[in-house]
Design a protein around this ligand. Sequence first.
Ligand SMILES: C[S@@+](CC[C@H](N)C(=O)[O-])C[C@H]1O[C@@H](n2cnc3c(N)ncnc32)[C@H](O)[C@@H]1O
Length: 162
Amino acid sequence: MDIKNQHNKDTGSNIERSDERIAETQEVFTPMEVCEEMVHMIDIERRKNPESKFLDNSAGSGNFILALKNELLKYHPEQHVLDNMLYAVELMEDNHKELCERVGVPIGHPHYVCDDALTYDYGFGESVGLEEHGLGKMKKPKNHTPPAPNTDPSEASLDQFF
Ligand SMILES: C[S@@+](CC[C@H](N)C(=O)[O-])C[C@H]1O[C@@H](n2cnc3c(N)ncnc32)[C@H](O)[C@@H]1O
């Protein structure tokens, strides 16, 4: 196993990654216990509110989403949590697949998206009206080159997420 991937094996991922890949995508995941600690730092009223929405837009293989799911299950039914409270975007297809499997949603679930967080329209299955600006529904480039910092207006639609 490549040296950088050893860390990810300890944080719940079973995917083989080269050091070169990790250097390009920054795939170094947060340990589950740290995710759990951070989730407990979220205001309790926000955790208990069934209208709350949580987004990890660089979700990896789902450690934060999984920690959030486990916490939210204390207060809400599982289907409500999965379909209305959690949202994820992840660039790499194998990470996205692993995330969906771990969290327990189908690969095609509209709230758990395999896309580039810097160009995704954050519609999660709903139109947000950005198509006329050439944004939204954009496909991930086959050979991914990290894009320049985002300055597009789709950022405005992130306001609803914690
Ligand atoms: C540092 S890891 C964090 C993963 C997770 N949030 C965690 O804390 O365990 C960063 C993740 O972002 C993904 N990533 C990198 N560039 C991205 C992009 N432009 N859009 C979406 N995801 C991206 C990588 O594939 C990687 O899984």
